[in-house]
Design a protein around this ligand. Structure first.
Ligand SMILES: [Zn+2]
Length: 479
């Protein structure tokens, strides 16, 4: 039995595979693909059990993720690390014996954080410096050699900022202390509320004459990790020096401001800088459809990542899980009717140019995309898919729910596909977003703690299997 052989193979040879992965051989288990028989697709629940068994038994996505995180941990678009990541994922796809692998050029913005940022509170009462964990927001300007020293003023929302107005704000550092709403069950909806301050806080504060901006990190966790992320740049292409601070530090600063009778002064020193746009790439691979090779199902995630950690959950799991979804097809000998294409999009975090370039090129070449699936919500236990499509298509996807239920995938009620596949919507492509459990994602999101060791192999593999299962149904029944 092939599965028995594979189990033994994984148990006995895994240490060798693991070591060889570290040494650079990435998708070792792919070499088995050619030995598989073609799987009958008469019975969907049997195919589902094969897909999930293959996914759960596999280490391929996990090993590929480790390689990506260790070889290219700092891979913000435009950086040297991003180029390493491009070459690495291209090789992963080649090792996986896709029918075709290629690089699609994308011009990307180039912003660099520079050396470790410094931030501290100057407590006038005690004359002491309180170190604060800060991280520049993506796109922020630097402070200059001497840093920035200014009085801090706290607001919890945009209304308070407006009420204070220019007379109270001018010359100060605005501190947006907007707390995460833990009453919200869906963490992405709580994130959506807080991220408004990261995105618009600095430009809003600048309008009233602020010289700097501090944002409470967008997380429900109370810890010492600042969470970076992109902030809006105004028409001049620059903001004011802007940082996220860890939630523990935000609470400390807020309490200090409340109890202090004198003004509280903050010092920031950051060397972040903008450079000219750089040529980078989307990494693309596909297996050709047997009946409709010109009709494409896309699955992908983003290859770039914020450079504080290793971009493991955001979005290393998305790109390696997407490759794994196709690997599962090959390993089981399922020959799809339509072409299945995996895209590792570049520059989701601070520009979205990879997604736009891909959609523009698809439109120019008149490629027909019958569905697009994105994984960009962490490599956690899969719970469902967000659906952004016509009502009748939604009903069709929801009718497949019973096939997914044995694997804990049950939620097909939310909207949303993802930022990288979003531009395909303009051409009528139905969009799906893999929805994993969201409880822990924002503990790691955009921090130095988003590292490989915080990804669970089974959870990552289950997400990849769920995407493979969804692709299988779309390929077989259409939308
Ligand atoms: Zn992401």
């Amino acid at each position: 039995m092939i599965i028995f052989t594979k189990t033994i193979y994984m148990k006995i040879l895994f240490p060798i595979i693991f070591t060889s992965a570290i040494l650079g051989s990435i998708c070792f288990s792919f070499k088995l693909a050619g030995e598989k028989k073609v799987l009958s697709t008469d019975n969907d629940s049997i195919v589902f059990s094969k897909i999930y068994s293959e996914g759960y038994n596999s280490w391929a996505a996990y090993i590929a993720l480790e390689g990506l995180c260790k070889k290219a941990p700092k891979r913000l678009a435009g950086s040297a690390g991003a180029q390493v990541a491009v070459e690495y994922m291209e090789q992963v796809m080649r090792d996986c014996q896709f029918d075709k692998v290629w690089l699609q050029p994308v011009m990307v913005p180039h912003w660099e954080r520079g050396p470790h940022e410094i931030g501290y509170v100057i407590d006038i009462n005690g004359g002491k410096k309180h170190e604060v964990n800060v991280a520049a927001l993506g796109g922020s300007i630097g402070t200059g050699e001497n840093g920035l020293t200014a009085e801090v003023i706290e607001v919890t929302n945009f209304d308070e900022l407006e009420k204070l107005g220019k007379k109270s704000i001018e010359g100060k550092i605005v501190f947006f202390n907007h707390r995460w709403d833990d009453k919200k069950i869906a963490t992405f909806s709580a994130y959506g509320e807080t991220v408004a301050y990261r995105w618009q806080g600095p430009t809003s504060a600048k309008k009233y004459g602020a010289v700097g901006c501090i944002i409470r990190s967008c997380t429900s966790s109370i810890d010492t990790f600042p969470h970076t992320g992109v902030t809006r740049t105004d028409s001049i292409g620059a903001t004011i020096p802007s940082v996220a601070i860890a939630t523990k530090d935000a609470d400390f600063l807020s309490q200090l401001l409340k109890k202090s009778e004198k003004s509280v002064t903050f010092y920031l020193n950051m060397k972040c800088k903008w450079f000219a746009d750089v040529k980078s790439y989307n990494v693309i691979g596909e297996i050709r459809g047997s009946e409709h090779p010109n009709e494409i199902i896309v699955v992908g995630g983003h290859l770039d990542a914020w450079e504080l950690g290793e971009g493991a959950h955001d979005d290393g799991t998305g790109v390696t899980g997407s490759v794994e979804a196709i690997r599962i097809f090959k390993a089981l000998g399922i020959r799809p009717k339509h072409t299945i294409r995996c895209v590792c999009f570049m520059n989701e975090e601070n520009g979205g140019r990879g997604g736009k370039t891909y959609a523009d090129s698809a439109s120019l070449k008149k490629e027909k995309h019958i569905a697009a699936i994105e994984s960009d919500a962490g490599g956690f236990t899969p719970r469902g898919f967000g659906l952004d499509m016509k009502p009748d298509q939604k009903i069709k996807v929801q009718s497949w729910e019973k096939l997914f239920l044995p694997y804990g995938v049950h939620d097909f009620t939310h909207g949303g596909g993802g930022a990288d596949i979003g531009p395909l919507k303009a051409f009528g492509t139905p969009l799906l977003g893999l929805e994993p459990d969201g409880s822990r994602y924002f503990d790691y999101h955009h921090t130095e703690d988003d590292v490989f060791k915080n990804v669970n192999r089974r959870e990552l593999q289950a997400g990849a299997a769920s995407m493979a299962a969804m692709i299988y149904l779309i390929d077989k029944y259409g939308l």
